[in-house]
Design a protein around this ligand. Structure first.
Ligand code: CO
Length: 299
């Protein structure tokens, strides 16, 4: 080689050039301009629950998020004001999404991935996207707020959700079926339940969906169960938690509960009080949606 010494010097200069920015202390960048180091956070938004034991399902999703994103602080908010007010009376304080984002802005978070823990992209979800947009537009606030989609968003999401739900259902004998209890809403996103029903039937004709508040109602499903000779159904909440709807509207002793109405129709209802958040394969889908939201922050 003709210039070994030069080559060595060249390499040293190159090394020094590469190492220099690393040697500059971080605080040197934290001046007035836009170059302050970024701080990333995650905000999970559940509808919320007034049933203390039901919070386990939300805690399980939060734990999965913390494990999936070590080093990123994970916060939790409840989107339902009714639930927040109700549990405040029991001495439990939970933030709204807006309050949680305001706190995070005050603590210096510059980018936040907000993950909806809702089942369908209904009004709770559109409220979250509106709140996120408002915070992103606020001067001197959080620079970027991304929103992770709920469980049943695209057809792809719905297909994966069907497979994940089927993984953890109870084993059935002849004459037994599963009836999933969705919430239901007047919002057009209610159609997601029908789409999930089709995706479930691709794999398993013995799994049915009805909703508490909208269509399909229980009365639409009971004739189909009878036609198929179903004598017993496992009642399973299609909600992140097995909360008030699951314990009362689904499994409660009142005449108008699903268990009672099914019994009146000659079908035994066996409640399974486990929320979707406590089903790891389903919780993992919310975490995948969160992964997309974190990626969108451009970290
Ligand atoms: Co409700």
């Amino acid at each position: 080689m003709r210039f070994p010494a030069l080559s060595l010097i060249f390499r040293l200069v190159l090394l020094a050039a590469l190492a220099l920015p690393l040697a500059v202390p971080n605080t040197a960048q934290a001046g007035h301009g836009d170059k302050a180091p970024g701080k990333t956070g995650i905000l999970l938004v559940a509808f919320g629950t007034s049933v203390p034991e039901a919070t386990r399902a939300i805690d399980a999703i939060k734990k999965q998020a913390e494990d999936a994103f070590p080093g990123i602080p994970v916060r939790l908010a409840y989107s339902s004001k009714i639930i927040r007010d109700k549990i405040a009376g029991q001495g439990v304080a939970k933030s709204s999404p807006a309050q949680a984002l305001a706190d995070m802005a005050a603590e210096g978070f510059t980018q936040v991935a907000v993950q909806s823990l809702h089942t369908i992209p209904g009004s709770e979800y559109s409220d979250i996207t509106a709140t996120a947009e408002a915070f992103q537009a606020m001067p001197k606030g959080i620079k970027k707020v991304s929103v992770g989609r709920p469980l049943l968003y695209s057809f792809g999401d719905i297909a994966l959700a069907a497979e994940a739900v089927l993984k953890s259902l109870p084993a059935r004998k002849k004459g037994e079926a599963v009836l999933l209890m969705g919430h239901g809403t007047a919002h057009p996103a209610n159609a997601a339940y029908a789409a999930l029903q089709l995706a479930l039937w691709k794999h398993d004709k013995g799994v049915f969906i009805a909703t508490v508040e909208d269509t399909p109602g229980l009365d639409e499903v009971i004739p189909e169960l009878k036609r198929q000779g179903v004598r017993k159904v496992f009642l399973v909440p299609l909600m992140s938690v097995a909360g008030d709807h699951a314990m009362n509207d689904m499994a409660g002793p009142e005449d108008d509960s699903w268990a009672s109405r099914l019994k009146a129709a000659g079908i035994k209802g066996e409640p399974v009080l486990v929320g979707l958040g406590s089903r790891p394969a389903v919780a993992a889908l919310w975490i995948e949606h969160l992964r997309d939201a974190v990626k969108e922050l451009g970290r």
